[in-house]
Design a protein around this ligand. Structure first.
Ligand code: AMP
Length: 143
């Protein structure tokens, strides 16, 4: 199963933010959309990622003044991305190795979707369920 297949089900729109937006605006966006991360873009190119963890960590270290600061001060700039032809298993490995829960999808250098740990887990559960069903069908046929 590929990343493209997951995107076919969930769509390719991604919640984004700009590097000069404030952390308060980003936190508002995360809360309104009930999501865990925003991709930071400039001319459709990925320049960073800001997750709820970045905000909590920064507030924990520097205090609530962080809310008035720019996203670029608190985002991760070295973003690991994937392409739609990669397998979901690949992306699972990327998340495990990097210890993060979001992987933006890029196409010809532009943002084209995002895969979250929730998408990966849902895909895996669906896969296990159909494997189990296939096994049940096989047993029923051969019994
Ligand atoms: P998350 O698990 O996605 O909430 O993110 C945990 C940490 O990893 C935060 O510091 C994020 O900015 C960072 N992060 C999230 N996704 C990525 C990614 N695809 N590439 C690099 N860093 C990331």
């Amino acid at each position: 199963m590929t990343v493209a297949r997951i995107l076919m089900g969930k769509g390719r729109s991604v919640a984004t933010v700009r590097r000069d937006d404030t952390i308060a605006a980003a936190a508002r966006e995360l809360s309104l959309r009930k999501i865990g991360a925003l991709v930071v873009v400039e001319n459709d190119k990925v320049v960073g990622i800001l997750s709820e963890r970045d905000i909590v960590r920064s507030i924990g270290v520097e205090g609530p003044g962080v809310l008035d600061q720019k996203v670029e001060r608190h985002m991760t700039s070295k973003v690991v991305t994937c392409v739609e032809t990669q397998s979901v298993r690949d992306v699972m490995g990327i998340m495990t190795a990097g210890r993060f829960r979001h992987v933006p999808v890029v196409r010809e250098g532009r943002l084209d979707g995002i895969i979250s740990i929730g998408d990966v887990v849902k895909h895996r559960l669906d896969e296990l369920e159909s494997e189990q069903q296939a096994m049940r069908d096989y047993i029923a046929q051969t019994a």
